[in-house]
Design a protein around this ligand. Sequence first.
Ligand code: CP3
Length: 361
Amino acid sequence: MSAPNSDFVRACKGQPVDVTPVWFMRQAGRYMPEYREIRKHHSLVEICKTPELAAQVTIEAAEILDVDAAIIFADLLLPLEVMGLDFHFEAGEGPVIHKPLRTPADVTQLRTDRAAELNYVAESVKLVTRHFGSQLPVIGFCGAPFTLASYMIEGGGSRSYVETKKLMYRSPKAWDQLMSKLIDVLAAYAAEQVKAGADALQIFDSWVGCLSIEDYREFVLPRTTELVKKLRSTGVPIIYFGTETSTLLPSMKDTGADVIGVDWRIPIDKAWASIGNLGAVQGNLDPVLLLAEWDLIQERAADVIDRAKGHAGHIFNLGHGILPQTPVDNVQRLTDFVHEYSQKNRGTTKAANIDWFGDGQ
Ligand code: CP3
């Protein structure tokens, strides 16, 4: 860990802070002219694989926005390559996996012995933590087994996840093997990021909201719990995020994650209550609101902060990533507003009830 006493890390652990910490998913991205300039000369994957560039993009975004944490610049899909699935990004279309998994035999072919080849991400983390020292915490991340499996099986984004669910329902043994292989690679990959100085890890389960509670609990929860346990043993707090998860939040909390990331479809106090007001929460302004007039942005941001008031352990964020059309100025103003408003309007704060050491104390 490079900044263990930062407000962000304290909030992840449910400890009281004076000012609500804020950062944004996709805070480095196409809405920023500085990022677009680098993208003129390098592809997305090239930036990810060149630690100097990835670190530059990470640092620049965090400094321009004056946020309370820097998320390492990488992509969710990088582990696919070392497992034997090649992909590329189609301009404006998103990722395309060349030969998606469709049969149990395809799953058997996946490799788990090449995770060390992802160490360029840990190298980027090292450069960023060296730059910020204890001034700013760095967030490492990886995909969740379900969301990564969905890309591997569908071959890209999907509306109804038919092929993913088909494999899950019809070939439970292959599904289990796929989950195990992903957990092995992701645990090794994330542990390297922590060794390199990351202060927290976020697990992105972006598309898990397509599952019913029953299917989540049967096919996904036990395996995600296993991953959370492994990542938690690195000693840093774990943030577990998904979208369209209003009905899944209590089950997601059962994974043991320290922080639950919430999208905008549920008020944050209701989300928190649904997990027994345990631990910390992160969110949850609609990213599209950043395209609204400032008065409305401010009103809705104040509402999020007011709803979370009175508990320690709120990290302000959007409910999903910043969109490419977003004015940078609105993101900067929002960061300042969260800091000022939360400091002025702080209620009496109870420490959140987190079993941080896992010993019931
Ligand atoms: O948040 C950050 O600032 C760190 C960087 C980051 C990227 N991808 C870089 C990126 C992070 C945290 C991710 C995670 C990621 N990648 C997720 C989970 C978050 C989420 O959005 O739910 C997912 C699903 C992916 C896979 C992915 N990567 C998709 C579907 C796309 C295409 C969609 C799009 O926005 O174009 C990407 C491309 C991508 N990854 C971009 C960035 C900045 C934009 C494309 C570019 O620069 O060419």
